[in-house]
Design a protein around this ligand. Structure first.
Ligand SMILES: CCCCCCCCCC(=O)SCCNC(=O)CCNC(=O)[C@H](O)C(C)(C)COP(=O)(O)OP(=O)(O)OC[C@H]1O[C@@H](n2cnc3c(N)ncnc32)[C@H](O)[C@@H]1OP(=O)(O)O
Length: 219
C-alpha cells in the first residue's frame, strides 16, 4: 500500500517571487516536454528510456504541499496570480498559458495553443476553446468587481481554431442582475481579430457569503 503523501511546505525563508520564478521555470520546461512528447518521431527505445528517466525525475518532486481546496502560498485568490491554473498558470504543464490584461470594458487574453491541445488535425479541441473562454469570462467578472462562478456556458463554434497560431481571446460583462452576471466572449486569431472563430455566452453567479465560505474555506 502506498504511504499517504507528506506535507512539504515551502521553507519560510523563501520569498514568494523566488518560488514563482522557480515554479514558472519548471512549468515552462514541462510544457516544452509535453510539446516534444506529442510531436516526436523518436524510436521506441528512446521512448522507453525517457519514460524511465521521467519517472526518476517525478520521484524528486517529493511531498505534497496542498490539500484539496487549499490555496497555494504563491497564489492570490480570487482574481490574482494562480501559478497552477490549467489556463493561466505559469507553473502548469497543462496551461497554454493564457496572458490576461484589461481591455476597455472587458479583458483580453493572448496565447498560442500547441498540438497537445489538438482536436481535429491542425485545429484546437473544442473543450480547450471552452476552457479558455470560461476562464477569461471569470476574469471579466472579477474585473467588474464581482468574482463569480460559471452556472451556464453556451458555445458557438463558427470556424475551427488553428493550433500553433497566436490567438486573441476577449470577454466582457454585458449586464448584471443581483448576483448574476451575463458575459460574452470570443476567440480570434491575432492576425484577424475582427473575425470571431468561437463565441460564447455565459451566466456567472457570485456565491453568497455563506456559500463562498463553505466552498473556499481557506479564503
Ligand atoms: C468566486 C471566484 C471564483 C473564480 C474562479 C474562476 C474560475 C473560472 C470559472 C469556472 O470554471 S467556475 C467552475 C464551474 N462552476 C461551478 O462549479 C459552479 C457550480 N455552481 C455552484 O456552486 C452554485 O450554483 C453557485 C455557488 C455558483 C451559486 O450558488 P448560490 O447558492 O450562491 O446561488 P443560487 O443557487 O441561490 O443562485 C443565485 C441566482 O443565480 C440563478 N442561477 C443559478 N443557476 C443558474 C443557471 N444555470 N442559469 C441562470 N441562472 C442561474 C438562480 O436562479 C438565482 O437567481 P435568483 O436570485 O434570481 O433566483
Amino acid at each position: 500500500m502506498t504511504a499517504p503523501p507528506t506535507e512539504t511546505p515551502f521553507p519560510e525563508t523563501e520569498e514568494p517571487d523566488d518560488q514563482r520564478t522557480a515554479i514558472a521555470a519548471l512549468g515552462h520546461e514541462l510544457r516544452t516536454l509535453v510539446d516534444a512528447t506529442v510531436t516526436t518521431a523518436a524510436p521506441t527505445e528512446i521512448l522507453h528510456r525517457m519514460a524511465d528517466e521521467v519517472r526518476g525525475l517525478t520521484g524528486q518532486l517529493t511531498g505534497r504541499r496542498r490539500r484539496r481546496a487549499e490555496i497555494p502560498a504563491v497564489d492570490e485568490f480570487p482574481g490574482g496570480v494562480r501559478m497552477y491554473s490549467p489556463v493561466t498558470g505559469l507553473g502548469s504543464p497543462l496551461a497554454p498559458p493564457l496572458r490576461v490584461a484589461p481591455d476597455g470594458d472587458g479583458v483580453v487574453g493572448h496565447c498560442t495553443l500547441g498540438i497537445a491541445h489538438e482536436g481535429p488535425p491542425g485545429y484546437v479541441h473544442g473543450g480547450m476553446s471552452a476552457m479558455l473562454l470560461d476562464e477569461l469570462m471569470g476574469w471579466a467578472c472579477y474585473a467588474a468587481k464581482s468574482p463569480a462562478m460559471t452556472v451556464s456556458l453556451g458555445m458557438r463554434y463558427r470556424r475551427p481554431v488553428p493550433v500553433e497560431t497566436p490567438l486573441r481571446v476577449h470577454a466582457r460583462v454585458t449586464g448584471t442582475e443581483d448576483r448574476k452576471a451575463f458575459v460574452t466572449g470570443s476567440i480570434s486569431t491575432e492576425e484577424t481579430p475582427s473575425v470571431p472563430l468561437v463565441t460564447a455566452d455565459a451566466v456567472f453567479v457570485s456565491p453568497g457569503p455563506g456559500r463562498a465560505r463553505a466552498l473556499f474555506p481557506s479564503t
